[in-house]
Design a protein around this ligand. Structure first.
Ligand code: UN1
Length: 506
């Protein structure tokens, strides 16, 4: 099944990781393997872009921008529509490749391709809605207006856990905005990036716009750092850890470039006394265990009212061991492997520290005795203030803590560094509204009776505080990919000055 899959996606055993108006490589480029985390088997190999190749990619992307920016936005939308249609044809195959490379289950792999398709559809509509305002001028016979212009060639850095969808959040929107895109994908999911690039670059070329979508997979030294320092790239959109984000913000900020940062999350679910517990248990399980806890939106903390705390912990403790763990491509499996050995070690180390700090593992947490990076999702009784609870461990660990008053629950929810997603299960309207009010959740995303993960693309996605403040995908996130120009037009014969200033010459 797997050999045919690579064929169908047009992938050979060694691929180049760089593409602009055509695929390019440098014989000196290091070749990396992409391994299936469920088996350890190598799926294929990809050659890194060297520094020279990176330079060539940026030159081409900057060159392609000149034509693309003058192409009417609805025409750009048409190219994106064709990309969406092409992705529809590859939904099953690309989804399976994502499953094999990242270990996420089939429906999530396909869901990710659906997310790309949704982003294409959204962006097609957007291509006719890049509206600017007309503003009343204080001066007679003057008109003021805002218009939005394309920014330039932009850099998009993505992580392994959403190796395709997050690229689409950025690239589909950026493309209709008139930007060209240079994608630096994660070296942990290089084949997905190459497969997506093949589809997308083919459509762009057929439409007469090669060089709009570009790929530059390479090392931190040859591609990552040069990209951050590259004055030709006015915007860098990066997804990854908070550590990565601090670095990106600093380096890009130093040259006054723009960033969109989507960094770590330490997301919590509050379960109030009035919650529908059946709903809550299902929502928590998906949020905490889905994608084996490797989403930035994963629920890592559970804040439960003391009156239902034992009941919720008990129900989760019974549900966890029934979750089918196994090969992510097999039907019925809900928990696939972690991405690599280091992730397994990080999980074990966090659980050890949790116990040292007074926590108690209720269920799970063991590595499975089989090849691949499989672990049992862990549920831990924890207390407010435990240092490990403040950390984002990219693995399925859920720390459950009791609370007494809703104010306390919200304070616990808000007391971590990150501010990505948050949720409350309650049937009490006042409590729900309080959670959503300015004195409620401090996160970019706040849900009621829904878990912390699985956002739709129509909303703006991103978070506050150490999550980086960026917004991607829906709503008016597009504005970050354009430059705003305020224009004042004088259609009279006088030259009145604003603020009543007089400057009479001659
Ligand atoms: C991420 O983990 O980087 O809301 C993004 C969600 C997904 C996106 C997650 N739509 O869980």
């Amino acid at each position: 099944m797997f050999e045919d899959l690579l064929d169908r996606l047009g992938l050979s055993s060694v691929e180049s990781g760089a593409c602009h108006v055509r695929w390019v490589d440098d014989p000196k480029g290091e070749v990396i393997a992409s391994d299936n985390p469920a088996t350890g088997q190598t799926l294929g190999r990809v050659k890194y872009a060297t520094r020279d190749v990176y330079e060539e990619v940026v030159d081409q992307a900057v060159g392609a921008f000149k034509k693309w920016r003058m192409t009417p936005a609805p025409r750009r939308g048409e190219v994106v529509r064709k990309i969406g249609n092409e992705l529809r044809k590859y939904k099953a195959d690309l989804g399976l490749l994502i499953t094999l490379e990242t270990g996420k289950i089939r429906s999530e792999g396909e869901g990710e391709v659906q997310e790309m398709i949704d982003m294409a559809d959204f962006s097609v509509g957007l291509s006719r809605q890049l509206y600017g305002l007309t503003i009343a001028s204080e001066r007679p016979r003057h008109r003021m207006m805002e218009q939005w212009h394309p920014l330039g060639a932009i850099g998009v850095i993505t992580a392994f856990n959403f190796p395709a969808a997050v690229w689409a959040w950025n690239a589909m929107v950026a493309a209709v905005c008139g930007d060209t895109v240079i994608w630096k994908p994660s070296p942990l999911a290089p084949l997905t990036a190459v497969a997506v690039q093949k589809i997308v670059a083919r459509v762009a070329e057929e439409e007469g716009f090669p060089g709009v979508f570009n790929l530059s997979l390479g090392s931190i030294e040859d591609v990552g750092e040069p990209m951050l320092n590259d004055g030709r790239l006015p915007l860098i959109s990066a997804t990854g850890s908070c550590r990565l984000g601090y670095h990106v913000a600093e380096v890009v900020g130093r040259r006054l470039g723009r960033t969109i940062l989507e960094l770590g999350g330490n997301n919590a679910v509050i379960v109030a006394p009035s919650a529908d517990l059946d709903l809550a248990i299902r929502g928590i399980a998906f949020a905490a265990v889905g994608t084996a806890g490797q989403r930035c939106t994963t629920a890592r903390r559970l804040i439960v009212h003391e009156s239902v705390y034992e009941q919720v912990v008990d129900r989760l403790a019974r549900a966890y061991p029934t979750l089918p763990i196994g090969n992510p491509w097999d039907d019925g499996v809900l928990v696939g492997p972690l991405i690599h050995e280091q992730a397994v070690e990080a999980m074990q180390s966090a659980l050890r520290r949790a116990e040292e700090q007074g926590g108690k593992v209720v269920v799970g947490g063991k590595r499975l005795d089989r090849p691949g990076c499989f672990v049992e999702p862990a549920l831990v009784r924890a207390k407010r203030g435990m240092a490990v609870v403040g950390e984002e461990t990219f693995a399925p660990i859920l720390y459950a803590m009791p609370y007494r008053e809703i104010e306390e629950a919200i304070a616990i929810q808000n007391e971590v560094e990150q501010g990505l997603t948050s949720a409350i299960f309650t049937r009490d309207l006042l409590e729900a509204e309080r959670f959503l009010s300015p004195e409620g959740s401090d996160c970019g995303i706040a849900n009621v009776n829904i878990g912390t993960s699985g956002a739709e693309i129509g909303g703006a996605f991103g978070g506050e505080k150490a999550t980086g403040g960026g917004r991607e995908a829906g709503s008016d996130s597009w504005k970050a990919y354009m430059r705003r120009q305020t224009c004042t037009i004088n259609y009279g014969a006088e030259l009145p000055l604003a603020q009543g200033v007089r400057f009479d010459v001659g």
